[in-house]
Design a binder for this molecule. Structure first.
Ligand code: NAG
Ligand code: NAG
Ligand code: CU
Length: 157
């Protein structure tokens, strides 16, 4: 029973370690300062949606973001639907179509470090702090959740 309860706990807690997708309606009317307050985490994805041919999505550095410059874009995405996986730290998006960025079509986000990619890889051999075992244990056990229905079946039959 304790085992089943433990698995159930993992089952309930596990979804928090999965990446979240955030839709971005990419247009000239959305307030992207407000948009950027979402609790983004490294590994999450942004799905930009816009009318193909009317906009694009350019990933740029901070200077280019501030000055709305497309000339040294790090990435240029077109086609109307773009899924972009966030790295830890800031990412700057602008629309490269003339006047769109200066009219507010620019999004600056910051993704926090993901707890499912532990920075504590060097704690092996030392006693992990009680508070840190939760996240580390969880991510290593997550694959087991796919076997949970089988375990439940075995326990109840
Ligand atoms: C966008 O939202 C921010 C924060 O909610 C607000 O301060 C700002 O005035 C808004 N900008 C426009 C153009 O409405
Ligand atoms: C090991 O972890 C500590 C704290 O968790 C950190 O300050 C240190 O930089 C890490 N060392 C290496 C080599 O990653
Ligand atoms: Cu645009």
């Amino acid at each position: 029973m304790a085992l089943a309860a433990a698995f159930l706990l993992f089952l309930l807690a596990a979804p928090s370690v999965f990446a979240t997708n955030y839709p971005v309606v990419w247009d000239l009317t959305t307030n992207y300062s407000s948009w950027a307050t979402r609790p983004l985490i490294a590994g999450d994805t942004l799905t930009f949606s816009y009318s193909s041919g009317s906009h694009n999505v350019e990933v740029v550095n901070k200077n280019a973001y501030d000055s709305c410059s497309s000339s040294n874009a790090l990435q240029t995405h077109t086609g109307g639907t773009n899924i972009i996986t966030l790295a830890e730290g800031p990412t700057y998006f602008i629309c490269g179509f003339p006047t769109h960025c200066t009219n507010g079509m620019k999004l600056q986000i910051t993704a926090r470090a993901s707890s499912s990619t532990p920075s504590s890889t060097n704690t092996t051999g030392s006693t992990p702090a009680a508070g840190s075992t939760g996240a580390a244990g969880l991510s290593s056990v997550t694959p087991l959740m796919f076997g949970f229905p089988l375990v439940l079946f075995a326990l109840t039959s």
